[in-house]
Design a protein around this ligand. Sequence first.
Ligand code: NAD
Ligand code: UDP
Length: 321
Amino acid sequence: MKKKVLVTGGSGFLGTHLCQRLLLKGYKVICIDNFYTGSKENVSTLLDNPNFDLIHHDVCVPIDFEVDEIYNLACPASPVHYQNNPVQTVKTSVHGAINMLDLAKKRGAKIFQASTSEVYGDPTCHPQKETYFGNVNPVGIRSCYDESKRCAETLFFDYHRQYKVPIKVARIFNTYGPFMHPNDGRVVSNFIVQALRGEDITVYGDGLQTRSFCYVDDLIDGFILLMNSNDQILGPINLGNPTEFTILELANLVIQYTNTQSKIVYKKLPLDDPKQRKPDITQAKKLLRWDPKISLKDGLIQTIEYFKNLAPPEQSTTTIK
Ligand code: NAD
Ligand code: UDP
């Protein structure tokens, strides 16, 4: 019998890559998505695969079927999208986690949570280790995402302690690559789409804030290694590329690799925007033997090729007002 694997948020950016990879591994993959930021188009090439099922469903509503493993990815990840309907973001993270944990409990499935570096907030500890409890504003515009992801982690550990549900919790740091939506609003897709359209490149603040960018293929390797790791390894475990860049450096690399005439313009920094972010991945290296391989240069070049081959988006990128 093929292993049955559920991917929630499976038609979003990371979900699409994960579904593809799981099918290549010979599993039966069930993707559920409400298409809030994902699209059927992303998984269109998988629809003819007899091992792939796509279900239009909101994780806030309980669901029940036989399943062996669950990857819980459903949740908008881009600040502009998760702030667009913050109450829905909290419901998706919290009710979604409860519904998926209940499904795992009922069906004896192992469950993976796509948590985030945002649980560290605007970190005062650098690089961020899993033992750091974070510096999170509970009432700000990013809180709907940060705090609901923190609550989801709590639920995962309580279902494990109380009901013995096998859990795996990954804290994902900024990841980029093909299948990001052109209007996703996150920095890498924004800069590439702006550069390819010859539009201004919108740097928020002075651009000296840092992020550490992981190419999606490396991240998906980490997901699979964590899901298949021994039962003692629950996480939370950081998954990200530890090479740190300022946003201004990123903008200049995109300008260089796209050979664009676009100019950098500065817009105001959104509230609570973390000033620095870089994962400490000692745990992932030691426990999973995982170490990202793809440099920002190689990853950007592949992502730029993807966006070049996409039909040009009708509207420009989604940026802050
Ligand atoms: P994405 O926005 O591209 O994908 C999220 C998917 O979830 C979309 O397909 C969306 O339609 C779906 N979704 C949203 N609400 C839903 C609901 N109520 N019911 C069913 N489906 C719903 O984002 P992504 O980058 O692919 O992120 C996937 C997961 O990884 C998210 O949980 C995110 O928090 C986490 N994560 C991603 C990153 C990153 O850099 N990409 C970093 C940290 C954490
Ligand atoms: N950013 C930017 N221009 C953009 C989009 C984002 O300068 O068009 C900045 C944003 O302020 C943040 C960083 O890039 O400092 C990463 O933003 P993103 O939305 O990708 O993810 P975050 O890590 O903030 O969740």
